[in-house]
Ligand binder design. Structure first.
Ligand code: FE2
Ligand code: FE2
Length: 136
C-alpha cells in the first residue's frame, strides 16, 4: 500500500528537532489512519485513530505555542488563531465521522493541505525567527 504522505526533510524540516519530531509523529498518525481507511478496518478502529490524532494535534499546537513564546516570536497571536481554526475544523471532522460512522470524504484532502500549507507556509515563520536569534 502506498504511503499517504511522506516526510520530506527538504520541504518540511524546520531545523528544530523537537518540532520536526512532532510533525513526524503527526504525519505517521495520518498515514496510519489512511491505511486503516484504505484497508476498510472496522469503523470503531478508524474513529479511535482519528480521535488520537485530534488529541495529539492539540498537544502539538500547545507545545508549538510554548516554543514560540519562549523565542519571543512576534507572530504568536496570529499563529495561535490559525491553530484554533485548524483544531475547530478537525473537531468538526471528528463529529461528522462519529455521526455518519465513516471518515468524511474530504478529510485526507484537508490533511494534505494542512501539512503542506501550514508546516511550509506558517510554521516556517517561527523557524526563521529562531534562526535570526541564533545568528544574532
Ligand atoms: Fe506544527
Ligand atoms: Fe503551527
Amino acid at each position: 500500500m502506498s504511503e499517504f504522505f511522506r516526510w520530506d526533510p527538504a520541504k518540511l524540516s524546520l531545523q528544530i528537532p523537537e518540532m520536526d519530531d512532532e510533525h513526524k509523529v503527526l504525519i505517521g498518525m495520518m498515514n496510519d489512519l489512511h491505511t486503516l481507511n484504505e484497508s476498510s478496518r472496522p469503523v470503531a478502529e478508524q474513529l479511535s485513530a482519528l480521535d488520537r490524532l485530534v488529541r495529539y494535534t492539540a498537544k502539538h499546537f500547545a507545545d508549538e505555542e510554548v516554543y514560540m513564546e519562549r523565542i519571543g516570536f512576534p507572530g504568536l497571536r496570529i499563529h495561535k488563531g490559525v491553530h484554533k481554526q485548524l483544531l475547530d475544523r478537525l473537531g468538526e471532522f471528528l463529529s461528522a465521522a462519529r455521526s455518519s460512522q465513516k471518515l468524511p470524504e474530504d478529510l485526507f484532502v484537508f490533511f494534505k493541505m494542512w501539512l503542506s500549507a501550514h508546516i511550509c507556509g506558517i510554521d516556517t515563520k517561527y523557524a526563521q525567527h529562531a534562526r535570526t536569534l541564533k545568528s544574532a
